[in-house]
Design a protein around this ligand. Sequence first.
Ligand SMILES: NC(=O)c1ccc[n+]([C@@H]2O[C@H](COP(=O)([O-])OP(=O)(O)OC[C@H]3O[C@@H](n4cnc5c(N)ncnc54)[C@H](O)[C@@H]3O)[C@@H](O)[C@H]2O)c1
Length: 224
Amino acid sequence: MSKIRVAVAGAAGRMGQTVCEAVEGADDMELVARADPALDTTLAQALAERPDVLVDFTVPDTATANAREAVGAGVHVVIGTTGFDPAELADLAGAQANIFIAPNFAIGAVLMTQFATAAARHMARAEIIELHHHTKVDAPSGTAARTASLMRDAAPEHGDVPIHSVRLPGLVAHQEVILGDVGQTLTIRHDSTDRTSFMPGVLLAVRRVPTLSQSPLVGLEHLL
Ligand SMILES: NC(=O)c1ccc[n+]([C@@H]2O[C@H](COP(=O)([O-])OP(=O)(O)OC[C@H]3O[C@@H](n4cnc5c(N)ncnc54)[C@H](O)[C@@H]3O)[C@@H](O)[C@H]2O)c1
């Protein structure tokens, strides 16, 4: 079987480097290009290598522009970049290539969001504390924003779920959802202690993005 040809945008970044290693370690994939201004390689140069899939871990404005450029070239896109509204790409539904977006590719974080959403219906109030390394550019995190939105949809009568953002050296990506009711609290916590936690989810998305039944599609839970 031919290998999936993968290009990575943001390839010099923390996540991008880890994705490049994961793709190189996958038997069914071939890393064909690394796009990043820090590597003097543009996205256009990367797309000229004719990848099947572009994986994007860059910055918010760049991610949406990159997705448009890739889809225009017929290349499927997996976006891990956070800090933009996925609705900005809604007009690309029905385009010649698919887009998959996940604010969090770690299975434990997806489960945390699902457990918190289920719990939201049963407890009176909830707040989210998300904690990340001090160089993260966006706040609140994409994971926290999505958790709060799903909890609100599940229990609109309980109102918005406030989010508190902590940025400190030494942290990677952590989130705590605390629910409170009369005489009790419930805490659901997830910790990514290493960026490799995101890689099985990223590789799964690369394999599945060409055959999505809906695009753009948001959330790893749809692929599990
Ligand atoms: N979805 C997830 O599971 C998940 C997990 C961790 C981080 N993230 C997100 O991934 C993104 C990247 O995080 P990071 O820690 O690797 O950041 P980083 O700053 O280490 O890396 C970003 C890279 O993008 C590059 N870049 C900027 N403009 C570019 C362009 N036009 N084309 C190509 N590359 C470009 C930068 O030079 C840099 O190397 C952030 O939005 C972060 O929130 C998502």
